[in-house]
Design a protein. Structure first.
Ligand code: ADP
Ligand code: ASP
Ligand code: MG
Length: 411
């Protein structure tokens, strides 16, 4: 029996009617003879509400307790979903992450999946049951509940698809596919039929919140096709798959905007071997994820070093930077919180020139000042003032014609 994993995000299970609608879709798939495993998120904005509840009692809650609390949102959805299916005459069973041994490391609030016990799910599917799994959560080796980071239900879904040998993972959400940019930030963005894992991974890591980045890594590694679709309409959606030949010669496929970031700079660090290693070892120990590292030699004695982090890691990163300051003989530390990053992404960049020129030209024309620039083979990112970020995204989208279907672009 072919197995498909269907993931329903928060807005798609926000109330009883929406759960019923999702359940009807599951039943349609079951009727086609497929085994269905559902992964569900917390209803509506429930995770945000739980975070607010926690912060009201403690501005710096222990991360273990945070996971214990946040995981309850998903646990409610899965049992309600199973009840809805029973009410419609179908046998279903719900599981928490712990119950299917979704084993993770112990990094609370951003844990990584290590292994999944697919046997329990296979047995239920063999018994003709629909299996509903709570997204976003797992357990560590000491039975502590962990969560995978905000938006992590996507990762549960694709990891489960991989573990179960499913070729397809459907992500049902409140948009009808992946757009050239977040349609909430750039209204004229257009939907893509397909996007490669590499491009989607870059876009997701650079702020396209429609998919959790780890989900794309699992999809690529285990060859699971991911279909992003609307939970309220019956449209085709977008397929995330291996790279397809660049038929239309598209250079830039999409653009992103990432807020909630901070930049930390260490000014005047001793320019000697081993100092960068010391600084980043310290940050790694504090479990801070670091991006866009820039080191510049300012003289034979001194160097400047800066990097970007998620704002949620700011306290930990500042503390780590302060601790290492004297050891690397750093003259001063600066922190910028009013910063955002605008990026363009496209595998076509590998073989085309002129992308940087076009991007910087568009930003100059829009009078956006660039704080720093970082690149990879398939992306260019510019850090800009947060209050200029939307304007910057629009300018870049227009320059690369991301408001037109791929075949109609001249880029
Ligand atoms: P869910 O609760 O279903 O997981 P999310 O809110 O996590 O839904 O993701 C869907 C949202 O992602 C959309 O409403 C959209 O605003 C946002 N988004 C960001 N970038 C993109 C993009 N490139 N294409 C489509 N949606 C995007
Ligand atoms: N409920 C979690 C969140 O809001 C996980 C998810 O929705 O993917 O981040
Ligand atoms: Mg999501």
């Amino acid at each position: 029996m072919a197995i498909v994993v269907q993931k329903y995000g928060g807005t798609s299970v926000a109330d009883a009617e929406k759960i019923r609608r999702a359940a009807r879709r599951v039943i349609e798939t079951v009727k086609k003879g497929q085994g269905v495993v559902v992964v569900a998120s917390a209803r509506g904005k429930q995770t945000d509400q739980l975070v607010a509840d926690a912060l009201e009692l403690n501005p710096n809650p222990p991360k273990r307790e945070m996971d214990q609390l946040l995981s309850t949102g998903e646990q409610q959805t899965v049992s309600l979903f199973a009840m809805a299916l029973h009410g419609m005459g179908y046998d279903a069973i719900s599981f928490t992450g712990g119950q299917i041994r979704m084993l993770t490391d112990s990094v609370h609030t951003k844990a990584r999946i290590k292994s999944i016990d697919a046997d329990r799910i296979h047995r239920q599917l063999d018994d003709k049951k629909i299996v509903i799994v709570a997204g976003f959560q797992g357990v560590d080796e000491h039975e502590n509940i962990t969560t995978l980071g905000r938006g992590g239900s996507d990762t549960t879904a694709v990891a489960l698809a991989a573990a179960l040998g499913a070729r397809l993972c459907e992500i049902y959400t409140d948009v009808d596919g992946i757009y050239t940019a977040d349609p909430r930030a750039f209204e004229r963005a257009v939907k893509m039929d397909r996007i490669s894992y590499d491009e989607m991974l870059e876009m997701a890591s650079l702020g396209a919140g429609v998919m959790h980045p780890r989900a794309i890594e699992f999809g690529k590694k285990y060859d699971v096709t991911i279909a992003v679709r609307s939970s309220s309409q019956d449209t085709e959606g977008t397929l995330i798959t291996h790279e397809v030949p660049q038929m239309e010669g598209v250079v830039v496929s999409g653009a992103t905007i990432q807020r909630d970031m901070a930049k930390i700079g260490l000014v005047g660090v001793d320019n000697i071997p081993g100092n960068a290693a010391k600084i980043f070892a310290h940050l790694a120990k504090a479990k801070v994820v670091v991006n866009d590292i820039i080191q510049t030699e300012i003289s034979s004695e001194k160097a400047n070093l800066s990097f970007m982090i998620a704002i949620s890691d700011l306290d930990a990163a500042k503390e780590a930077a302060e601790q290492i300051k004297s050891e690397v003989n750093c003259q001063s530390i600066f922190v910028r919180e009013d910063i955002a990053e605008v990026s363009v992404v496209g595998v076509g960049m590998r073989s085309h020139y002129g992308v940087a020129e076009k991007m910087f030209g568009a930003l100059a024309e829009a009078k956006v000042n660039i704080d720093s620039i970082t690149t990879s083979e398939i992306r260019i990112s510019c850090a800009v003032d947060e209050d200029q970020a939307k304007r910057a995204l629009e300018a870049v989208c227009v320059a690369f014609e991301l408001d037109k279907p791929a075949k109609m672009r001249e880029q």
